[in-house]
Design a binder for this molecule. Structure first.
Ligand SMILES: [Fe+2]
Length: 198
């Protein structure tokens, strides 16, 4: 499954695709009139049913509803299908991400923060059995300003003039998080992953 974030609508050609796709999902707290779904239900390779949810944080992001208003209903929907539930919480503020992870502790398998592009050093399994990390990091070129050629990002910040961003190329890494869980969807380990290109 693929989760999206605040740049979901940057490519208009994705809109008809999102209307049909069951595996590419967009954050739940865009307008409810917007196309796409935000809960994906599937089956892992060993036959375990899995649900994936996608939500945006409310701080510095443009949301129609706060994530805490929606999340309980989404989790309840997912739990009708499975107890193995992954939440991608695409958000800016560490406090909001930690709060949501705590709020969902014991009800989902993992709350994985995304959006900042900077991997945090707090991968953990919480007391109730929900794995969490504030940000899984970025898969992309790290010799950059969060993926963009540094001189372009700096130029825009120094001058305030509009600059067309271009992806950088150096220092490519895969970053993410590896979560293990039991048959009841309870996390048993949570480890940040970083693989540097050779
Ligand atoms: Fe983002």
């Amino acid at each position: 499954m693929i989760t999206l974030g605040n740049h979901t609508w940057a490519r208009r050609e994705l809109v008809p695709y999102l209307e049909q796709s069951e595996r590419v999902i967009r954050p739940a707290n865009f307008s409810r009139h917007a196309p796409g779904r935000s809960l994906a239900l599937g089956t892992s390779r060993d036959g375990t049913p899995v649900a994936v949810l996608n939500l945006l944080g409310s701080l510095y992001l443009d949301v129609a509803q706060g994530p805490f208003e929606l999340v309980d209903e989404l989790v309840a929907q997912a739990r009708q299908h499975t107890k193995t539930i992954l939440v991608d919480f695409h958000a800016e503020a560490t406090s909001e991400k930690i709060a949501l992870a705590r709020w969902l502790d014991g009800r989902v398998t993992a709350v994985i923060g995304t959006h900042t592009h900077v991997q945090t050093a707090d991968a953990r399994v919480q007391p109730g059995g929900t794995a969490a990390i504030t940000d899984a990091g970025m898969t992309g070129p790290h010799d950059s300003v969060i993926g963009v050629e540094a001189h372009l990002a700096i130029g825009r910040m120094r001058t305030g003039l509009p600059v067309r961003f271009h992806p950088a190329e150096g220092g490519v890494r895969i970053e993410g998080v590896l979560v293990e869980c039991d048959a009841g969807g309870r996390a048993t380990s949570c480890e940040a992953v970083r693989v540097e290109a050779g």
